[in-house]
Design a binder for this molecule. Sequence first.
Ligand code: SF4
Length: 304
Amino acid sequence: MSLKENDLFDGVRDKVKIAIARIKEFEPKDGFGYYVAFSGGKDSIVVKDLVKRAGVKFDIHFNLTTVDPPELIYYVRKYHPEVQIIKPELNMWQLIVKKGMLPTRVVRYCCNVLKEGSGIGRVVVTGVRWEESAKRKLRRMFEACKNGGNKYYLHPIIDWTDKEVWEYIKANNLPYCKLYDEGFKRIGCIGCPMARTEGRKKEFVRWPKFEQAWQRAFAKFWANWHNYPLEKQRWVSCEGKYPFQPIIGEIRSRGINKESGNIEEGFWTRRRWFDLKGYQTWQELWHWWLQDEEETEDCTMGMF
Ligand code: SF4
């Protein structure tokens, strides 16, 4: 596949022109223009370049998550000074303690709080692509945000492949973050639960101070677990196949185990009840968290 390919009618399909046409077609007429969500990754640098070429009105933002690679921040500041860097109210470690639970592959509340709250009432342009995951294959080129907020998404390069993204970057001589040259396939939060175990381990070798910071947050979370305010805990019913019936969005729960009759504490992951009693120390919990390879779901829990 290439950015220019022959179509069924002996014409040439130019994906760059198509992407620019999409950006022009959906340009908001509200006077504000687009809200471009910029991550500093390869897809977003392509999108930023296309938006500029389309000549539309836009403003562009980078959400700091506080677990971003320092090299990425350096790259964004150096090559994209017009990007507005948004600092969160709480950093990742404070958020874990406040939520009373760890971010997991299924319940990635940190994305919801640190990244996805921006762009309310706007049309947000992103570098989301179908090739990135099975779940993203279901996304539409233009779509409403499932959390509402009168927010829409435009993904102008949704049908591009990885190879085509790199083809565009090289052809247009766009500077990119040097971490790609070190072999990183994705550049984002260090220790992100969405990454595979091997990826996270590689990141922790590369940035050992971030591993220590995650571990400190685990230890703090563990120490707080049993003191988590009762009014913030949610009880779940005991119907269904599992001892605990999950309610979508319910994460930090107590319930009666139908088999044992005991009240237990834990949280729900996609396929099973995660019973904290099975873990004696935060280090055991850390081990489980690092190994968590459950199938990725492109979900955002709306309750946070
Ligand atoms: S990318 Fe990963 S670590 Fe970063 S905010 Fe989203 S889920 Fe959390």
